[in-house]
Design a protein around this ligand. Structure first.
Ligand code: NAP
Length: 284
């Protein structure tokens, strides 16, 4: 059985490929990449590397020929993702891929998360495609806070507009391992998994985790979204980026990332990696 992974030179895709190599012959792992130069190390491991952009339907059909199961890693080109993902799904169907696994966002079809609409549209398109599918609704990566943790360790303060909101994050490695489990085992047909950490944390707790690792005080300053935008603008961020970050924080304050479901640890057969481990890994 040949297993394809799009976005295979991205951070999540690379981790998925390494897990697949524990279960599959390297030539049966098909890394679909837009820049073959970035995939030279994968080719060196014997992985089959094929080149296609999410924007190029014809190239996607060539790249996906012979693939049985495909992990469609959502594009990072926010705003262009619906046609890009549709290109991949249409190409997969055209060349006889049997099962498409898609990385989505928490409660994508009902969430107020600003990132949800493109995921909702993709999930619905995939469900209507006639292909067998699995949806991996990944909560936040713990690594999204790498820079926040570093800055807070230096300044002694986290500033966010997330209020008391909780984040059920897990590491990219956790999500990648779960994706590899779904790709290499049966029983995931037409299922939707809400994947996230076993313990959600809030920003007061994140500040406490940082203080514990550094041995220095660290506090959380909760601000309104407008104040966060102003602070980010003063620190040099452009208006769009600042507004986007504030909107995501507002989603967190509303509870959009708070739910703990246990789906991820069930797929992994082990607990997820706690946020404390990510804080330690970043600071030590
Ligand atoms: N759950 C979360 O917290 C979270 C956080 C950030 C992102 N995400 C989503 O999860 C996805 C995977 O995360 P990640 O950390 O692996 O992101 P990443 O490192 O940015 O990887 C994104 C991958 O998509 C590929 N890509 C982008 N545009 C493409 C195009 N037009 N054609 C073909 N490939 C294209 C990139 O190719 P190159 O390698 O050539 O750049 C890269 O391999 C992201 O793309 C995003 O949709 C989730």
């Amino acid at each position: 059985m040949k297993i394809g992974v799009t976005g295979a030179t991205g951070q999540l895709g690379r981790l998925v490929v390494q897990h697949l190599l524990k279960h599959c012959q390297p030539e049966d792992v098909v890394a679909v990449v837009r820049d073959p130069a970035k995939a030279a190390d994968l080719a060196g491991q014997g992985v089959t590397v094929r080149v296609a952009s999410y924007d190029d339907r014809a190239a996607l059909e060539v790249a996906l020929a012979g693939v049985d199961k495909l992990l469609l890693i959502s594009s990072n080109e926010v705003g262009r993702r619906i046609p890009q993902h549709q290109n991949v799904i249409n190409a997969a169907r055209a060349v006889g891929v049997k099962h498409v696994v898609y990385t989505s966002a928490p409660k994508a079809t009902t969430s107020s998360l600003v990132l949800a609409p493109e995921h909702k549209a993709t999930e619905e398109y995939l469900a209507a495609s006639g292909l067998t599918y699995t949806v991996l609704r990944n909560n936040w990566y713990s690594e999204n806070y790498t820079q926040t943790i570093r800055n807070a360790a230096a300044s002694g303060e986290i500033v966010s507009a997330a209020g008391n909101g909780r984040v059920a994050s897990a590491t990219r490695a956790d999500y990648a391992e779960a994706a590899a489990v779904v790709l290499t085992s049966e029983g995931h047909e037409n299922k939707v998994y809400e994947l996230g950490g076993d313990q959600a944390w809030d920003f007061y707790e994140l500040a406490a985790m940082i203080a514990e690792v550094t041995g220095r005080p660290c506090t959380y300053k909760a601000v309104e979204a407008a104040e966060l935008v102003e602070r980010m603008r003063q620190a040099g961020a452009d208006e769009g980026t600042a507004a986007f970050v504030a909107a995501l924080d507002t989603n967190i304050a509303e509870g959009a990332l708070a739910e703990v479901t246990g789906d991820l640890s069930r797929l992994l057969g082990r607990p997820t990696t706690p946020m404390q481990e990510t804080v330690k890994a970043v600071l030590q």
